[in-house]
Design a protein around this ligand. Structure first.
Ligand code: UT7
Length: 331
């Protein structure tokens, strides 16, 4: 009997309507379209403007999109994992609220936080549950309202991030399709370079931390860039090597969308043509936990059953990794 594998069987996505273009950013901070485009590849990003809506709103929309397209009954879902760095509330997991709101009445749910690698790690977790035979339908959502933690007077960060959400369903597969291999890594010495300093147990919120803008994302861009380029390329090349995949065998690179130059460096190490490299950074910027599922949602129609996809990410923590997955269906 074949080993049970865990395959993606449906995808969905959502981005809010408001478009924050480079042109608008030029009126907010000392920057320009040429600098942002050439340094990052980003032209615009989406922002959830409604002040009464949090990350759960984005996640629910993405899950509803998936359910509408696939016709899946939410009552059949066993588990909902929400990857997010921007939960609605510090305590009371957002995924729990999302599961209830979408009608996943027989599921349990929780959040997973690993910054920009959250979705990649959640794919691994979902796969482990399915391969073990414990659960049959695992909904993995990546969602972030990055605009809630960005200082729109800081030109080094506000040009990069955007809001969005994507969702995928993992189910058992008996044809050997789905997740094949993974290399997941982390290095805690990196936490100084990309973080929110206050609001956690180390530095609880005070009037002073608010005045000092310690609740916004801080990033030492140059250092993060250096580690991201090396590590994302390393794990992607390594996962190809240990699965005996040549650049011709790889159909698609699904890379975290943080900076076009990081993506190009990874693709070049893998020997891939631009035509195999999925990108929507120009439209959404860096949506943190949502970049990978939003790519799947945008490019789903191009995938064929049996295609070899390599996922790669790098994020705060530091956290990074690569996943090799065989696509399981034709759209
Ligand atoms: O997803 C999580 C992981 N995050 C990442 O992977 C992000 C990694 N880092 C990056 O993508 C890049 O480092 C940035 C896009 C954040 C910055 O690009 P860079 O090429 O590393 O620029 P830099 O920080 O070295 O800055 C170069 C110059 C500086 O001016 P001086 O010191 O040379 O006079 C900056 O002050 O560009 C200036 N600068 C800007 N100029 C116009 C920084 N931000 C801006 C801006 N507009 N928005």
């Amino acid at each position: 009997m074949n080993k049970t594998t865990a395959a993606i069987t449906a995808v969905g996505g959502y981005v809010p309507e408001f478009v924050l273009s480079n042109k608008i950013l030029e009126t907010m901070v000392d920057t320009n379209d040429e600098w942002i485009t050439s340094r990052t590849g980003i032209k615009e990003r989406r922002v959830l403007k409604d002040s009464d809506k949090g990350t759960s709103y984005l996640a629910i929309k993405a899950a509803e999109d998936l359910m509408e397209k696939s016709g899946i009954d939410p009552a059949e879902i066993d588990l909902v994992i929400l990857a997010t760095a921007t939960p609605d509330l510090p305590v009371a997991a957002t995924g729990v609220y999302v599961a209830t709101e979408i009608g996943a009445v027989n599921a349990f749910a929780y959040d997973l936080q690993a910054a920009c690698s959250g979705f990649l790690y959640a794919m691994s977790t979902a796969t482990a549950y399915i391969e073990s035979g414990r659960y049959k339908k695992v909904l993995v959502i990546g969602a972030d309202k990055m605009s809630s933690i960005i200082d729109y007077t800081d030109r080094t960060t506000c040009i990069i991030f955007g809001d969005g959400a994507g969702a995928v369903l993992f189910e058992p597969n008996d044809e050997g399709l789905g997740l094949q291999d993974e290399i997941l890594r982390s290095d805690g010495s990196g936490r100084e370079f990309l973080k929110i300093s206050a609001g956690g147990s180390l530095i609880p919120a005070t009037a002073q931390t608010v005045a000092d803008k310690q609740h916004y994302v801080y990033q030492d861009g140059k250092t993060v860039f250096k580690f991201a380029v090396t590590n994302m390329a390393d794990v992607s090349a390594k996962i190809m090597e240990r699965n005996n995949l040549t650049n011709e065998d790889v159909n698609w690179l699904v890379p975290h969308q943080a900076n076009r130059r990081i993506i190009d460096a990874t693709a070049s190490r893998m020997g891939l043509d631009d035509s195999k490299v999925l990108m929507n950074i120009q439209r959404y910027g860096n949506t943190t936990s949502a970049t990978l599922p939003l790519l799947l949602n945008d490019f789903e129609k191009r995938f064929k059953k049996g295609d070899n996809l390599i996922f790669a990410s790098f994020g705060g923590g530091f956290t990074w990794g690569s996943i090799y997955l065989k696509w399981a269906y034709n759209s």
